[in-house]
Design a protein around this ligand. Structure first.
Ligand SMILES: Cc1ncc(COP(=O)(O)O)c(C=O)c1O
Length: 398
């Protein structure tokens, strides 16, 4: 079938929940993808921050295939070695604690919110409130939408589960007023991703930790997007020296195989009793084998260090592009999680133009661009992207 025929069929049978670009991909490898017509693209999005090792990483695919042939699915009524090893590995990465496995970021957050509510109610029936940040993104289930501080995404689905308060991100004054004895948890991204890449300040996270300790409130870091090397550290919290009570992970953890994970300190994890939370597919042997191979590859190939170094290079090239064109107001990010603010509202046409030139990037609204390339992206590929972006910005200058 041609691209047009495939898209016409998609329009007939898929729900229209996405404003998709008119490209049908057929294959991928490393940092490259090819559409059904054979056109090549360099990936600066990684399936939205998922393919940290690039497309089809051999060790991960081999580990997944070997495991699925040997023992693919068993349910969580039994044990399997890959899940046991992955829980031990994530516990050691997090500096202790226990894991629960789900299938996505939203599910990991949903489980973390249930755990926090259950923990709070154990202290007092009133201790059920959750504080999250405006412009946050925590998922599309009803509770994670209630947690998400973006009215335009969640208002349509009211009534949402109650008990969520939203505060301005990085405002110590606001969060100091919002947390009290009724707050069971604060949930934050350490770098807000979906709203345009906004890092927390270290002072903010330190103060939030102090306030949580003062009020007996759990601190949850949603590292669904920031985790697993994306920011140049295995966990982004390592940049800040603040330890939360619960960490959630998903996107990069199994290199594209669906997984979500909650890692909670022993004390907090102990609140869940058998039957209080569960998942049919979560933590299956094959996806856990893929996650173990992902973590092993990141460690053995030094990809965190590489992401940190390449990320700095990328940021400096984008700043230089801003100086040369006068069309970039701000460049920010950590490691290979980078956002820019354009000085004109042309983000969507810029993304479309870049796709025509063979580069996959993404916009947030009409002023922000986001870059989430695989951690194996090269300086040459960055130079090529920056040259194409210069050309595109100039062509779209208003
Ligand atoms: C910080 C954060 N949390 C949660 C989610 C939801 O993850 P998922 O789409 O896997 O449910 C996302 C997705 O973009 C995210 O960026």
């Amino acid at each position: 079938m041609t691209t047009d025929e495939l898209i016409a069929k998609a329009e007939q049978f898929n729900m229209k929940t996405y404003n998709r670009f008119p490209i049908v991909f057929a294959k991928s490898s490393g940092t490259k993808l090819w559409d059904v017509d054979g056109k090549e693209y360099t990936d600066f999005l990684s399936g939205i921050g998922v393919l940290n090792l690039g497309h089809s990483p051999t060790k991960v695919i081999n580990a997944f295939c070997a495991q699925v042939r040997q023992l693919g699915h068993i349910s969580n009524l039994f044990y399997s070695e890959p899940q046991i090893e992955l829980a031990a590995k994530l516990s050691s990465i997090a500096g202790g604690g226990r894991c629960f496995f789900a299938n996505s970021g939203a599910e990991a957050n949903e489980g973390a919110l249930k755990l926090a509510r259950r923990w709070g109610k154990n202290i007092s029936p009133e201790k059920t409130e959750v504080v999250t940040a405006l412009k946050s993104f925590h998922g599309r289930t009803l509770a994670t939408l209630a947690a998400t501080g973006q009215p335009e995404k969640n208002e349509l689905f009211a009534p949402l589960p109650p008990g969520f308060k939203h505060v301005t991100f990085n405002s110590i004054a606001e969060i100091s007023k919002a947390i009290d004895e009724k707050t069971c948890a604060v949930m934050l991204e350490v770098v807000q991703g979906e709203s345009g890449v906004w890092p927390a300040t270290p002072e903010y996270l330190l103060e939030v930790r102090r306030l949580c300790d003062k009020h007996g409130t759990l601190l949850i870091f949603d590292e669904v997007q920031t985790g697993i090397g994306r920011t140049g550290k295995l966990l982004a919290l390592e940049h800040f020296g603040v330890k939360p009570d619960i960490i959630t992970l998903a996107k990069g953890l199994a290199s594209g195989f669906p997984i979500g994970a909650i890692v909670a300190t022993d004390n907090v994890a102990a609140i869940f009793k058998p039957g209080e939370h569960g998942s049919t597919f979560g933590g299956g042997p094959a996806v856990c084998a893929a996650a173990l191979a992902t973590l092993d590859t990141i460690e053995k190939e030094g990809l965190c260090e590489q992401a940190a170094e390449i990320g700095q290079f990328f940021i400096s090239q984008l700043k230089a592009l801003g100086d040369a064109t006068n069309m970039i107001e701000d460049v920010r990010g950590i490691g290979l999680m980078i956002g820019i603010t354009l000085s004109q509202p042309i983000a969507r046409p810029v993304v479309e133009d870049m796709l025509n030139k063979g580069f996959i990037i993404i916009n947030v609204g009409d002023k922000y661009l986001r870059f989430l390339p695989p951690l194996i992206i090269t300086k040459t590929e960055i130079d090529d992207l920056v040259a194409a972006l210069k050309n595109t910005l100039e062509a779209n200058r208003g």
